[in-house]
Design a protein. Structure first.
Length: 318
């Protein structure tokens, strides 16, 4: 049997997956085609619910089930106006996992766990990690500022070991991971799995406009920008006309409303319409490392093979 096939950690055991690789629940990007493909390849696929209504989420879950019989999950943003309804849909449709962001899922945890759903909040601080463990989370995603989209301040390198030291439940590292070196490093820092977003955007199965994928493929190491620091809601995206205008307005002291207007609907414009100049091309700092479009199966096998070469036989595999 090929080395790496039995990569096992507490995360693979908890989620019933082959490899401890989770696909990020990216808004407008992570829909059922991508989630099912990642799960079929041995990882855990996620459907990103963002601010979508409950019935859209229900349909996505049902469509994913037509494409895979493997575990998959949904990501729920706690700031969504539909969070209450989507939380119930997760139970009604029997998803395996719920990951959460942008707030605390405490009021839903009991309901989810009684339904057999694994609860994995995304955290950006040790304090939030401890709080989520106390409220019954099964695992945590510690996401560093290198990630695309909404971010915290700590880097993955400093956040993951501090979170791993602070909690007893397993930790999944996210932010700045695109290859086996990143996975090996995450394990060395105390993580037992990784969550990867940007790398899965540039896959055959991702239902994303080709312009968006091309932006990532052409990106250099210095091509991401963080907007919104002044508002308390920082977002990382690839630089374009929108980020340039936003940063100029932000520096000039524009109001929250003015800045919000500039980005309204921006992610959809980039992902769906292919407007990569005035839209928001959310991507992590590792965009500069992505040079080819692959299938999800090819991505995961490449990640596993690279990781195996680096740390195979050092206690991470059975």
């Amino acid at each position: 049997m090929k080395k790496g096939v039995l990569m096992r950690t507490r995360i693979t055991e908890l989620l019933g997956i082959e490899y401890p690789i989770i696909q990020g629940g990216m808004a407008w990007v992570a829909e059922y085609h991508l989630a099912a493909a990642v799960s079929n390849a041995g990882g855990l696929g996620l459907i990103g619910t963002a601010s979508a209504p409950a019935e859209w989420v229900r349909e996505q879950i049902r469509e994913a089930k037509k494409l895979t019989d493997k575990p998959f999950g949904i990501n729920i943003m706690m700031i969504s106006p539909y969070a209450d309804e989507v939380a119930k849909v997760a139970v009604e449709e029997g998803v395996a996992v719920v990951t959460t962001g942008a707030g605390s899922p405490e009021k839903y945890v009991k309901m989810w766990k009684e339904a057999g759903i694994k609860v994995i909040p995304v955290v950006a601080s040790v304090a939030m990690a401890k709080r989520m463990q106390r409220c019954g989370a099964d695992a945590l995603v510690a996401e560093g500022t290198e990630a695309g989209g909404h971010i915290g301040e700590n880097t993955t390198m400093v956040l993951v070991p501090q979170v791993a030291d602070a909690v007893e439940i397993p930790v999944i590292a996210a932010g700045g991971i695109a290859d086996g070196r990143g996975i090996a490093a995450a394990f060395m820092l105390g993580a037992e799995g990784v969550q990867i977003g940007t790398r899965f955007v540039v896959t055959e199965e991702a239902q994303v406009h080709e312009n968006y994928k091309e932006c990532i493929l052409k990106a250099r190491d210095i091509d991401s920008r963080v907007t919104g620091r002044s508002t308390g809601h920082p977002v990382r995206a690839l630089r374009n006309k929108m980020t340039k205008e936003y940063l100029e307005k932000e520096q000039a002291g524009a109001t929250f409303e003015e800045l919000e207007h500039l980005t309204l609907g921006g992610l959809r414009r980039a992902v769906v319409d292919g407007d990569v100049q005035s839209g928001s091309v959310m991507a992590g700092q590792i965009a500069g490392m992505i040079k080819e479009k692959l299938t999800c199966q090819e991505v995961i096998q490449k990640l596993v093979s690279q990781t195996d070469e680096l740390i195979g036989g050092k206690g991470f595999y059975e």
